[in-house]
Design a binder for this molecule. Structure first.
Ligand code: TXA
Ligand code: MG
Length: 316
Protein backbone atom coordinates (compact mmCIF):
# COMPACT_ATOMS: atom_id res chain seq x y z
CA UNK A 1 0.00 0.00 0.00
CA UNK A 2 1.37 3.42 -0.97
CA UNK A 3 0.61 6.20 1.53
CA UNK A 4 1.83 9.66 2.53
CA UNK A 5 0.93 9.01 6.18
CA UNK A 6 4.16 9.46 8.18
CA UNK A 7 2.54 8.57 11.53
CA UNK A 8 1.38 5.27 10.06
CA UNK A 9 4.97 4.61 8.97
CA UNK A 10 6.15 5.40 12.53
CA UNK A 11 3.60 2.94 13.90
CA UNK A 12 4.70 0.12 11.57
CA UNK A 13 8.38 0.71 12.33
CA UNK A 14 7.72 0.77 16.10
CA UNK A 15 6.01 -2.60 15.68
CA UNK A 16 9.05 -4.15 13.92
CA UNK A 17 7.46 -3.82 10.50
CA UNK A 18 9.41 -2.90 7.36
CA UNK A 19 8.44 -0.18 4.91
CA UNK A 20 9.55 1.32 1.62
CA UNK A 21 10.77 4.87 2.25
CA UNK A 22 11.97 7.68 0.01
CA UNK A 23 15.47 9.13 0.01
CA UNK A 24 17.06 11.53 -2.46
CA UNK A 25 19.05 8.67 -4.03
CA UNK A 26 16.71 5.65 -4.33
CA UNK A 27 13.88 4.22 -2.22
CA UNK A 28 15.03 2.14 0.74
CA UNK A 29 13.50 -0.88 2.46
CA UNK A 30 13.60 0.31 6.05
CA UNK A 31 13.41 -1.20 9.52
CA UNK A 32 14.54 -0.47 13.08
CA UNK A 33 18.35 -0.77 13.11
CA UNK A 34 18.26 -2.37 16.57
CA UNK A 35 15.54 -4.98 15.95
CA UNK A 36 16.94 -8.16 14.47
CA UNK A 37 13.42 -9.36 13.68
CA UNK A 38 12.87 -6.38 11.38
CA UNK A 39 16.34 -6.74 9.87
CA UNK A 40 15.76 -10.43 9.11
CA UNK A 41 12.54 -9.46 7.30
CA UNK A 42 14.51 -7.04 5.12
CA UNK A 43 17.01 -9.73 4.10
CA UNK A 44 14.20 -12.26 3.48
CA UNK A 45 12.01 -10.00 1.38
CA UNK A 46 14.97 -8.78 -0.70
CA UNK A 47 16.43 -12.30 -0.97
CA UNK A 48 19.70 -10.67 -0.06
CA UNK A 49 22.56 -12.78 1.30
CA UNK A 50 23.36 -11.82 4.89
CA UNK A 51 27.06 -11.33 4.08
CA UNK A 52 25.99 -8.07 2.46
CA UNK A 53 25.80 -5.37 5.17
CA UNK A 54 23.24 -2.56 5.41
CA UNK A 55 23.47 1.23 5.61
CA UNK A 56 22.29 2.90 8.85
CA UNK A 57 20.29 6.10 8.25
CA UNK A 58 20.40 8.77 10.95
CA UNK A 59 18.58 12.11 11.25
CA UNK A 60 21.66 14.27 11.68
CA UNK A 61 25.41 14.42 12.30
CA UNK A 62 24.72 14.68 16.07
CA UNK A 63 23.62 11.02 16.05
CA UNK A 64 26.83 9.75 14.48
CA UNK A 65 28.49 9.04 17.86
CA UNK A 66 25.65 6.64 18.76
CA UNK A 67 26.43 4.51 15.71
CA UNK A 68 30.21 4.84 15.19
CA UNK A 69 33.31 5.36 17.29
CA UNK A 70 36.90 6.56 16.78
CA UNK A 71 35.57 8.84 14.07
CA UNK A 72 38.43 10.50 12.16
CA UNK A 73 38.33 14.32 11.85
CA UNK A 74 38.12 13.97 8.07
CA UNK A 75 34.85 12.06 8.47
CA UNK A 76 33.39 15.02 10.32
CA UNK A 77 34.66 17.39 7.66
CA UNK A 78 33.05 15.38 4.88
CA UNK A 79 29.83 14.92 6.84
CA UNK A 80 29.68 18.66 7.49
CA UNK A 81 30.18 19.32 3.78
CA UNK A 82 27.75 16.75 2.34
CA UNK A 83 25.11 15.74 4.93
CA UNK A 84 22.24 15.52 4.54
CA UNK A 85 23.20 14.02 1.22
CA UNK A 86 24.30 11.06 -0.88
CA UNK A 87 27.56 10.26 0.94
CA UNK A 88 27.86 7.06 3.03
CA UNK A 89 30.73 6.78 5.51
CA UNK A 90 32.25 3.46 6.60
CA UNK A 91 33.41 3.84 10.21
CA UNK A 92 34.26 1.70 13.21
CA UNK A 93 30.94 0.55 14.68
CA UNK A 94 29.60 1.03 18.19
CA UNK A 95 29.34 -2.37 19.93
CA UNK A 96 25.54 -2.26 20.22
CA UNK A 97 25.00 -2.18 16.43
CA UNK A 98 23.69 -5.69 15.61
CA UNK A 99 26.08 -7.99 13.73
CA UNK A 100 23.31 -8.62 11.22
CA UNK A 101 23.52 -4.95 10.14
CA UNK A 102 27.26 -5.05 9.56
CA UNK A 103 27.61 -8.67 8.39
CA UNK A 104 29.86 -9.34 11.39
CA UNK A 105 32.33 -6.66 10.32
CA UNK A 106 33.81 -4.18 12.77
CA UNK A 107 32.66 -1.32 10.56
CA UNK A 108 29.28 0.27 9.94
CA UNK A 109 27.98 2.25 6.96
CA UNK A 110 26.08 5.43 7.86
CA UNK A 111 24.48 8.42 6.19
CA UNK A 112 21.91 11.21 6.61
CA UNK A 113 19.45 11.14 3.70
CA UNK A 114 18.52 14.44 2.08
CA UNK A 115 14.78 14.01 1.67
CA UNK A 116 12.17 15.96 3.67
CA UNK A 117 9.91 12.92 4.19
CA UNK A 118 12.82 10.70 5.29
CA UNK A 119 14.10 13.35 7.71
CA UNK A 120 10.64 14.00 9.18
CA UNK A 121 10.22 10.27 9.67
CA UNK A 122 13.65 9.79 11.28
CA UNK A 123 12.98 12.68 13.69
CA UNK A 124 9.83 10.93 14.91
CA UNK A 125 11.63 7.67 15.68
CA UNK A 126 13.71 6.71 18.67
CA UNK A 127 16.06 4.59 16.57
CA UNK A 128 17.96 4.85 13.29
CA UNK A 129 16.78 2.97 10.20
CA UNK A 130 18.67 0.33 8.29
CA UNK A 131 17.71 0.47 4.65
CA UNK A 132 19.12 -1.25 1.61
CA UNK A 133 17.72 -0.15 -1.73
CA UNK A 134 14.14 -1.45 -2.04
CA UNK A 135 14.68 -3.91 -4.90
CA UNK A 136 15.17 -7.68 -4.97
CA UNK A 137 18.87 -8.60 -4.83
CA UNK A 138 20.64 -7.68 -8.12
CA UNK A 139 17.60 -6.07 -9.81
CA UNK A 140 17.16 -2.43 -10.80
CA UNK A 141 16.92 0.00 -7.88
CA UNK A 142 13.59 1.82 -7.31
CA UNK A 143 13.27 5.57 -7.79
CA UNK A 144 9.51 5.86 -7.19
CA UNK A 145 7.00 4.50 -4.68
CA UNK A 146 5.37 2.62 -7.57
CA UNK A 147 8.59 0.76 -8.32
CA UNK A 148 8.71 -0.46 -4.70
CA UNK A 149 5.03 -1.41 -4.68
CA UNK A 150 5.51 -3.40 -7.91
CA UNK A 151 8.45 -5.30 -6.41
CA UNK A 152 7.09 -6.08 -2.94
CA UNK A 153 3.34 -5.24 -2.70
CA UNK A 154 1.91 -6.68 0.49
CA UNK A 155 5.13 -8.42 1.54
CA UNK A 156 5.90 -5.15 3.34
CA UNK A 157 3.79 -2.98 5.69
CA UNK A 158 3.59 0.05 3.39
CA UNK A 159 5.46 2.31 0.99
CA UNK A 160 5.84 5.87 2.22
CA UNK A 161 5.24 8.17 -0.75
CA UNK A 162 7.94 10.75 -1.37
CA UNK A 163 7.76 11.38 -5.10
CA UNK A 164 10.51 10.62 -7.56
CA UNK A 165 14.05 10.48 -6.20
CA UNK A 166 15.94 13.65 -7.13
CA UNK A 167 19.40 12.08 -7.43
CA UNK A 168 18.29 8.72 -8.80
CA UNK A 169 21.36 6.58 -8.13
CA UNK A 170 22.71 5.25 -4.84
CA UNK A 171 24.96 7.15 -2.47
CA UNK A 172 28.73 7.26 -2.92
CA UNK A 173 30.38 5.05 -0.29
CA UNK A 174 33.74 5.96 1.21
CA UNK A 175 35.91 4.68 4.04
CA UNK A 176 39.13 5.77 5.73
CA UNK A 177 42.48 4.03 5.56
CA UNK A 178 45.01 5.81 7.79
CA UNK A 179 43.07 9.01 7.18
CA UNK A 180 43.13 8.50 3.42
CA UNK A 181 39.69 8.61 1.79
CA UNK A 182 38.94 5.38 -0.09
CA UNK A 183 35.98 5.14 -2.46
CA UNK A 184 34.16 1.79 -2.28
CA UNK A 185 31.13 2.57 -4.43
CA UNK A 186 30.71 5.31 -7.02
CA UNK A 187 27.40 7.07 -6.63
CA UNK A 188 25.28 10.20 -6.56
CA UNK A 189 28.03 12.40 -5.13
CA UNK A 190 30.63 12.93 -7.86
CA UNK A 191 34.27 12.29 -6.93
CA UNK A 192 35.10 15.82 -8.10
CA UNK A 193 32.86 17.15 -5.31
CA UNK A 194 34.55 15.05 -2.62
CA UNK A 195 37.95 16.09 -3.93
CA UNK A 196 37.17 19.70 -3.09
CA UNK A 197 37.42 18.56 0.55
CA UNK A 198 39.91 15.66 0.45
CA UNK A 199 41.93 13.67 -2.09
CA UNK A 200 40.36 10.28 -2.84
CA UNK A 201 41.68 6.86 -3.83
CA UNK A 202 39.55 4.32 -5.64
CA UNK A 203 39.33 1.01 -3.83
CA UNK A 204 41.54 -1.52 -5.57
CA UNK A 205 39.53 -4.66 -6.20
CA UNK A 206 42.53 -6.69 -7.30
CA UNK A 207 43.33 -9.64 -5.04
CA UNK A 208 40.91 -8.48 -2.35
CA UNK A 209 37.32 -9.45 -1.61
CA UNK A 210 34.87 -6.75 -2.66
CA UNK A 211 34.49 -4.75 0.53
CA UNK A 212 31.14 -3.27 -0.49
CA UNK A 213 29.17 -6.04 -2.13
CA UNK A 214 27.51 -3.22 -4.08
CA UNK A 215 30.72 -3.74 -6.01
CA UNK A 216 29.63 -7.26 -6.97
CA UNK A 217 29.71 -7.33 -10.71
CA UNK A 218 26.21 -8.24 -11.74
CA UNK A 219 23.92 -5.71 -10.11
CA UNK A 220 21.21 -3.23 -11.00
CA UNK A 221 20.36 -5.52 -13.89
CA UNK A 222 17.27 -5.56 -16.13
CA UNK A 223 15.94 -8.96 -17.24
CA UNK A 224 16.31 -8.07 -20.91
CA UNK A 225 19.74 -8.53 -22.52
CA UNK A 226 21.62 -5.32 -21.96
CA UNK A 227 24.56 -4.01 -23.96
CA UNK A 228 26.73 -1.01 -23.14
CA UNK A 229 28.62 0.64 -25.98
CA UNK A 230 30.36 3.80 -27.15
CA UNK A 231 29.10 3.10 -30.66
CA UNK A 232 25.33 2.61 -30.67
CA UNK A 233 25.16 2.65 -34.45
CA UNK A 234 27.45 -0.36 -34.74
CA UNK A 235 25.33 -2.40 -32.30
CA UNK A 236 22.14 -1.31 -34.09
CA UNK A 237 23.50 -2.71 -37.34
CA UNK A 238 24.55 -5.93 -35.62
CA UNK A 239 21.10 -6.48 -34.06
CA UNK A 240 19.07 -5.24 -37.04
CA UNK A 241 15.77 -7.10 -37.43
CA UNK A 242 15.47 -7.66 -33.65
CA UNK A 243 13.21 -5.84 -31.21
CA UNK A 244 15.68 -3.25 -29.92
CA UNK A 245 15.40 -0.59 -27.23
CA UNK A 246 17.87 2.27 -26.95
CA UNK A 247 19.01 4.07 -23.81
CA UNK A 248 20.71 7.23 -25.06
CA UNK A 249 22.45 10.20 -23.50
CA UNK A 250 21.22 13.31 -25.31
CA UNK A 251 19.60 12.57 -28.69
CA UNK A 252 17.32 10.12 -30.48
CA UNK A 253 18.53 8.09 -33.44
CA UNK A 254 16.45 8.61 -36.61
CA UNK A 255 16.71 4.94 -37.71
CA UNK A 256 14.56 3.54 -34.92
CA UNK A 257 11.00 4.14 -33.75
CA UNK A 258 11.06 6.83 -31.03
CA UNK A 259 8.83 4.70 -28.82
CA UNK A 260 11.73 2.30 -28.44
CA UNK A 261 14.18 4.99 -27.38
CA UNK A 262 14.76 6.87 -24.14
CA UNK A 263 16.96 9.95 -24.01
CA UNK A 264 18.29 10.65 -20.53
CA UNK A 265 18.96 14.36 -20.93
CA UNK A 266 18.46 16.36 -24.12
CA UNK A 267 20.51 19.13 -22.46
CA UNK A 268 23.41 16.74 -21.75
CA UNK A 269 22.98 17.37 -18.02
CA UNK A 270 24.55 14.46 -16.11
CA UNK A 271 22.50 15.16 -12.97
CA UNK A 272 19.29 14.90 -14.95
CA UNK A 273 20.59 11.75 -16.65
CA UNK A 274 21.32 10.13 -13.25
CA UNK A 275 17.84 10.99 -11.94
CA UNK A 276 16.22 9.35 -14.98
CA UNK A 277 18.50 6.32 -15.30
CA UNK A 278 16.73 3.62 -13.28
CA UNK A 279 13.23 4.62 -14.34
CA UNK A 280 14.38 4.39 -17.96
CA UNK A 281 15.78 0.91 -17.28
CA UNK A 282 12.51 -0.14 -15.61
CA UNK A 283 10.52 1.17 -18.60
CA UNK A 284 12.66 -0.50 -21.25
CA UNK A 285 12.65 -3.76 -19.30
CA UNK A 286 8.83 -3.84 -19.43
CA UNK A 287 8.71 -3.45 -23.23
CA UNK A 288 9.37 -7.12 -24.11
CA UNK A 289 12.44 -6.28 -26.16
CA UNK A 290 15.11 -8.72 -27.28
CA UNK A 291 17.95 -6.37 -26.45
CA UNK A 292 18.55 -2.98 -24.83
CA UNK A 293 21.50 -1.05 -26.22
CA UNK A 294 22.79 1.62 -23.84
CA UNK A 295 25.13 4.42 -24.80
CA UNK A 296 28.19 5.02 -22.62
CA UNK A 297 28.11 8.52 -21.11
CA UNK A 298 31.00 11.01 -20.83
CA UNK A 299 33.60 9.86 -18.29
CA UNK A 300 33.47 12.76 -15.83
CA UNK A 301 31.32 13.86 -12.90
CA UNK A 302 28.22 11.70 -12.48
CA UNK A 303 28.91 10.19 -15.90
CA UNK A 304 31.47 7.95 -14.19
CA UNK A 305 28.86 6.69 -11.67
CA UNK A 306 26.22 6.18 -14.36
CA UNK A 307 28.65 4.23 -16.56
CA UNK A 308 29.51 2.08 -13.53
CA UNK A 309 25.82 1.13 -13.13
CA UNK A 310 25.36 0.56 -16.87
CA UNK A 311 28.43 -1.67 -16.96
CA UNK A 312 27.12 -3.78 -14.06
CA UNK A 313 23.71 -4.03 -15.74
CA UNK A 314 25.39 -5.36 -18.87
CA UNK A 315 27.24 -8.22 -17.13
CA UNK A 316 25.93 -11.74 -17.54
O1 TXA B 1 21.72 5.57 -1.58
C1 TXA B 1 21.85 4.58 -0.89
O2 TXA B 1 22.92 4.28 -0.35
C2 TXA B 1 20.62 3.70 -0.68
C3 TXA B 1 19.57 4.50 0.12
C4 TXA B 1 18.36 3.69 0.47
O3 TXA B 1 20.18 5.03 1.26
N1 TXA B 1 20.95 2.49 -0.04
C5 TXA B 1 21.66 1.51 -0.64
O4 TXA B 1 21.78 0.37 0.13
O5 TXA B 1 22.12 1.62 -1.74
P1 TXA B 1 22.29 -1.00 -0.46
O6 TXA B 1 22.12 -1.97 0.67
O7 TXA B 1 21.60 -1.31 -1.73
O8 TXA B 1 23.79 -0.77 -0.67
C6 TXA B 1 24.60 -0.60 0.46
C7 TXA B 1 26.01 -0.93 0.14
C8 TXA B 1 26.21 -2.39 -0.11
O9 TXA B 1 26.98 -2.53 -1.28
C9 TXA B 1 26.97 -2.84 1.10
O10 TXA B 1 27.86 -3.85 0.80
C10 TXA B 1 27.72 -1.60 1.50
O11 TXA B 1 26.80 -0.58 1.28
N2 TXA B 1 28.06 -1.61 2.93
C11 TXA B 1 27.23 -1.55 3.98
N3 TXA B 1 27.90 -1.65 5.14
C12 TXA B 1 29.20 -1.76 4.82
C13 TXA B 1 30.41 -1.90 5.57
N4 TXA B 1 30.42 -1.94 6.89
N5 TXA B 1 31.56 -2.00 4.88
C14 TXA B 1 31.57 -1.95 3.54
N6 TXA B 1 30.47 -1.82 2.79
C15 TXA B 1 29.30 -1.73 3.40
MG1 MG C 1 21.21 -1.92 -3.60
Amino acid sequence: MISTDISLAVQHLNEKGIIGFPTETVYGLAGNAFETEAIHKIFDVKKRPTFNPLIVHIKGIEDLVHVAQEIPPMAYELAAAFWPGPLTLILKKQPHIPDLVTANQETVAVRVPNHPVALTLLKQLEFPLVAPSANPFTSISPTSAQHVEAYFGNQISMVLEGGECAAGIESTIIGFDNNKVVVYRLGALALEEIEKVAPVTLYNKKNKQPIAPGMLWKHYAPKTDFILTRNVQEELDWYSGRRIGLLLFNSFLPQLDRENQIVLSAESDLKVAASKLYDAMHQLDKMKLEVIIAERLPEYGLGVSINDRLARASKK
